[in-house]
Design a protein around this ligand. Structure first.
Ligand code: F6R
Length: 608
């Protein structure tokens, strides 16, 4: 989290730095700052809160200079105040940082004992203070940079300005991504290529352990031992990802309504709609031979993986080990090198997911990435990339990326089933036919359910807690519904397997507790209805999301029933995602929260 940018050039930079930060605001929006060197002096402007506060500061007090660095923060160490906002200044050195310096306390104690006066509560300030100390010790700028990088431990993308060198930015990467952009007599730095898209599409990504000296006409890149290294230049397609809200109130709303179109696009990559067949999956992973599959991801992407597990096990008879990446990476899971692993990530930069990937790689597994950002670190480090083709997702709460992840996982599971001989040609055709129907059905659902959802959301917005229940693939979807509601409306919500209700959560049921039950009329329906009876018997208020058949046979007195079309089991999770997402969205709108940028969150989680 946190976004960083830098420009070294021949024209004023501060406005362009803020413009680039706007495209990085998804990485954090607690505070922001910009520093430049002008007439041999470093200067900075910083502001708490969103970027418009920094823009207002810069309007009052503009910053001149043709070299500068800037930062948008997601606070880890130290409150999101102006004092803790980056860039941090110490003795003519300015630093912006994305990541966590893990040994900051030890370094800080050591420097404080030697007389350093710290001005902030951040871990980042040790970088500036260390550099200042090494300069005072007589080291040159590069030597000081190299010594600092060998002293700090942790995750970082760094950009550094030295006041006594107004023509160079130093940069370093270990963990969080950092891209160098090559311009015409100007060079750029950014946490991703989208930040730099209006300036250049000529991009070099630093590898972990790399550091660079970036001047107006090029960059020298070194590894952690100080050896000169070369890294390839890519032509980035990021410019295509610069989007606006169109006629929608929020990016989240736009992204929900885009789903029929993006799912069709994603599916087109994996299935042949004319023959109703899955397109051969390429040679990165041989699903016919792998004895098992490991899946790891975080948050919504993890919940997509959990639904994927049901499919891989059911259709491909492939055992799946799945865990949230923050646990997976440390569990010391015994893994067979013959197996394969799938990592699911919208951003492709999530620190825990990337660490799990590297763990599996070390153990010899073939690595597949189900990602949206095709230029991301997770994509670059994988043997096989399965793009979800959702297009840019700007709303912090994931919607279309989730359903596109599901569509891709469904196609992969069917393809794996064919490769393993567990899905016949006829079954493949029937399943792919259902997938092909999905965009049309999604469009119909989106066109019809809004009034009902809005009405219901008004009631939900008055609640303190909400319970979501489901069985089979509706269970992960229940957890996704709860996650979506809590992250954007701040209403407490939990998702449970319906069968788990009587093992504890039923104690919560009373007349104030809405229970949202996701229950298509599938093979679990009758069992879920029994669980609903248990809720009703205790005065719980049931909101049933079902299909036409489920609504027809259910005799329960529900508070509300949302009726969707009857669909094949494999596409139900995607279709039933729509009311779940819209409920969260409209409830948040009624609550008046910041839907696209909910408090305390960031879109790309590049720290543990
Ligand atoms: C929730 C949400 C998060 C992300 C999670 C993983 O709406 O968006 O839970 O799913 O932070 O992010 P990625 O997919 O970028 O690895």
């Amino acid at each position: 989290m946190c976004g960083i940018v830098g420009i070294v050039g021949h024209q004023p930079v501060s406005e362009r730095l803020v413009d680039a930060l706007k495209r990085l605001e998804y990485r954090g929006y607690d505070s922001a700052g910009v520093a430049t060197i002008h007439d041999g002096a470093l200067d900075r402007r910083r502001a708490e809160g969103k970027l418009f506060n920094l823009e207002a500061r810069l309007k009052e007090e503009p910053l001149a200079g043709t070299i500068g660095i800037a930062h948008t923060r997601w606070a880890t160490h130290g409150a999101p105040t102006e004092r803790n906002a980056h860039p941090h200044f110490t003795d003519g050195i300015a630093v912006v940082h994305n990541g966590i310096i893990e040994n900051f306390a030890e370094v800080k104690d050591e420097l404080s004992a030697a007389g350093a006066a710290f001005q902030t509560e951040t871990d980042t300030e040790v970088v500036a203070q260390l550099l200042a100390k090494y300069r005072r010790d007589g080291m040159g700028r590069r030597e000081a940079m190299h010594a600092m990088l060998r002293r700090v431990r942790g995750a970082y993308a760094l950009a550094v300005l030295f006041e006594d060198d107004p023509s160079t930015i130093m940069a370093a990467r270990n963990g969080p991504p950092l891209a160098i952009g090559h311009g015409n007599g100007e060079m750029f730095l950014g946490s991703d290529a989208i930040a730099l898209a209006p300036f250049t599409n000529d991009i070099t990504y630093l590898n972990d352990g790399d550091w660079a000296v970036v001047g107006k006409t090029g960059a020298h890149i070194f590894d952690i031992d100080g050896n000169v290294v070369t890294r390839p230049r890519h032509v980035s397609t990021a410019a295509a990802y610069m989007v606006d809200k169109g006629n929608h109130r929020h990016f989240m709303e736009k992204e929900i309504y885009e789903q029929p179109e993006v799912i069709a696009h994603a599916l087109g990559h994996y299935v042949n709609f004319i023959q109703n067949r899955v397109t051969p999956l390429g040679d990165g992973i041989d699903f016919a031979k792998v004895p098992s599959l490991a899946i790891s991801a975080c948050g919504t992407a993890y919940l997509a993986g959990l639904i994927g597990k049901y499919w891989f096990e059911r259709y491909a008879r492939l055992p799946v080990e799945i865990d949230v990446a923050s646990e997976f990476r440390y569990r010391e899971i015994p893994l067979s090198p013959q197996s394969a692993a799938l990592f699911i990530s919208q951003s492709g930069e999530t620190a825990d997911t990337l660490a799990s990937l590297r763990y599996c790689k070390e153990h010899g597994l073939k690595i597949g990435a189900v990602v949206n950002a095709r230029e991301s670190t997770i994509a670059r480090e994988s043997d096989a990339v399965f793009p979800i083709l959702a297009g840019p997702e700007i709303g912090v709460a994931s919607t279309k990326a989730f359903t596109c992840q599901l569509a891709v996982l469904a196609a992969l599971a069917i393809g794996a089933g064919r490769a393993r001989g567990t899905v016949s040609e006829e079954e493949e055709q029937a399943l792919v036919h259902s997938l092909a129907e999905m965009p049309r059905i999604m469009g119909e659902v989106l066109n019809s359910i809004q009034p009902k959802i809005e009405h219901l959301s008004r009631e939900l917005s008055k609640c303190r807690d909400v319970l979501y229940l489901g069985r089979g693939t509706s269970f992960p979807l229940a957890m996704e519904g709860a996650l979506k509601l809590k992250e954007i409306s701040y209403i407490h919500a939990e998702g449970y397997a319906a069968g788990e209700l009587k093992h504890g959560p039923i104690a919560l049921i009373d007349e104030n507790m809405p229970v949202i039950v996701i229950a298509p009329h599938d093979r679990f329906f009758d069992k879920t209805v029994s669980n609903m009876q248990e809720v009703a018997a205790r005065g719980g208020r049931i909101i049933l999301i079902t299909d036409a058949r489920g609504a027809a046979v259910s005799t329960l007195d529900t508070m509300h029933t949302i009726v969707l079309p009857e669909v094949d089991e494999i596409i139900a999770p995607m279709i039933f995602s729509l009311p779940v997402q819209l409920l969260a969205y409209h409830t948040a709108v009624f609550m008046g929260t910041d839907v696209d940028q909910p408090r305390n969150l960031a879109k790309s989680v590049t720290v543990e």
